[in-house]
Design a protein around this ligand. Structure first.
Ligand code: PLP
Length: 433
């Protein structure tokens, strides 16, 4: 295989024009869209318009005239088809952590009221830390504790008559494992538990079918595959049958049935709107909407199913090239080889047998690649669940090209073959990893 192969794949790719929606720095191979999506070209002008016209000129009148009040629902309705739910079922608000707090709290209060013996929240030890921290904190309030499994296969056996909630991130941020939402939600229900899903690494990366797959609650991130910009607002969805069964704990005025009645008592708004809390961050919402629109532009080209097919082709090419071009360099795959179980990332463990101080080896390789303008990231391992330190390469089918994969693996090959990663400058740990 030569570089002509990925170039031919790009030339034949019907989704290739979607990349023109983004401003990607010249010469940069960006494989970190699962940490922070790239900048859509429309965003700067749109935010400028909101600042100069809607805020600068329209001032307070823009809450109605420019539709600011309806942003949580309007953008929510755009995200809804990407995650398999209907209009009016999903709102944009707050951060992923805060939304998880709201939905998990609601799920726990339903369960604890109906079945006080259910005191367990089941999750993965390798789940994203903020999810585990929120669950731990809510557990303290609700008299619940976490049961963390080390391997995805162990999840069904961890569910039982003591389980209140199964809380998972659909694609594990560290291993890239894509959970079977349908099977695991069904297993949770069979045990009498509710299923809470975090879509941080799946919404916008692959088709998500919350309604059909039996999820009860879901949250998702705006700044990863939705390209909403750093710290973009997140979203929350609650199965409509549950939405009005509980209050969420952050009962703010935007979740009130009549916010502008300024009543002293709280009356939750109907449906999902009670999951709003305070005033929407309008500037951040404007940027998020531009990001979501880049995904909606894929709808006429086959939408999320087509994006998923491309994502799998990209990660498969990455895997094949690592096998054929980096053999014998000490790399092993930490993400699933099975297409059905692999999210939109490839994770590699790096274990060079002879290196002194090899604990930082994966980190150093990522730094050496960044110096060569290939941006992936490093995630620290955890001996308890057997996951090693990893090099993580996320592909974003909206803008990653097949030739980017080729070039990234070629740079990786050179970094390893030359032992460049051992240079001291790549082995100094900074604060932000
Ligand atoms: C990125 C990510 C988050 C981020 O939460 P914030 O509140 O935006 O900091 C949460 N959960 C998971 C699983 C993530 O991958």
């Amino acid at each position: 295989m030569t570089r002509d192969h990925p170039l031919a794949l790009d030339a034949a790719d019907a989704l290739a024009p979607l990349r023109q929606q983004f401003s990607i720095p010249e010469g940069l191979i960006y494989l970190d869209g699962n940490s922070l999506g790239v900048l859509p070209t429309a965003t700067a002008a749109r935010v400028q318009q909101v600042v100069a016209d809607e805020w600068g000129q329209g001032l307070i009148g823009s809450w109605n005239a420019a539709g600011w009040m309806a942003l949580p629902q309007r953008i929510g309705d755009k995200i809804a088809p990407l995650v398999g739910v209907g209009p009016g079922e999903l709102v944009v608000a707050d951060s992923t952590s805060v939304n998880l707090f709201k939905v998990l709290s609601a799920a726990l209060s339903l369960q604890r009221e109906a079945a006080p013996q259910r005191t367990i929240i089941v999750s993965e030890r390798s789940n994203f830390p903020t999810d585990l921290y929120i669950a731990e904190s809510l557990g303290r309030q609700h008299g619940c504790t976490l049961r963390l499994v080390d391997r995805a296969d162990d999840i069904p056996a961890a569910l039982g008559s003591d389980t209140a909630v199964l809380m998972l991130t659909q694609v594990n941020y560290r291993s890239g494992h894509l959970h079977d939402m349908k099977a695991l939600s069904a297993a949770a229900h069979a045990a009498g538990a509710l299923a809470v899903w975090d879509l941080a690494h799946s919404a916008g990366a692959l088709p998500v079918a919350l309604a059909a797959d039996g999820a009860d609650y879901a949250v998702g991130c705006g700044y990863k595959y939705l390209n909403g910009g750093p710290g973009a607002p997140a979203f929350a969805w609650v199965r409509p049958a549950h939405a009005e069964r509980a209050w969420q704990p952050l009962a703010g005025w935007h979740g009130h049935a009549t916010p502008f009645a300024f009543e002293p008592g709280y009356q939750p708004a109907p449906g999902i709107n009670r999951y709003l809390c305070g005033t929407p961050p309008v500037l951040a919402m404007a940027a998020l909407e531009c990001g979501v629109d880049t995904l909606l532009a894929a709808q006429p080209l086959g939408g999320m199913a087509a994006l998923r097919a491309k994502s799998l082709a990209l990660t498969r090419l990455f895997i094949d090239l690592v096998h054929s071009r980096c053999a014998g360099q000490g790399l092993t795959f930490a993400s699933p080889d099975d297409d059905a179980r692999r999210g939109s990332q490839v994770c590699l463990a790096f274990d060079p047998d002879s290196a002194p101080g090899r604990a930082g080896a994966a980190y150093a390789v990522v730094q050496a690649l960044i110096a060569r303008r290939v941006v992936g990231d490093f995630r620290a391992g955890d001996a308890r669940d057997g996951l090693p330190d990893i090099l993580r390469f996320g592909v974003t089918p909206l803008y990653t090209r097949f030739v980017d994969v080729w070039d990234a693996v070629e740079q990786l090959r050179q970094v390893l073959a030359s032992s460049e990663w051992r240079e001291p400058r790549f082995n100094q740990r900074g604060l932000v990893t």
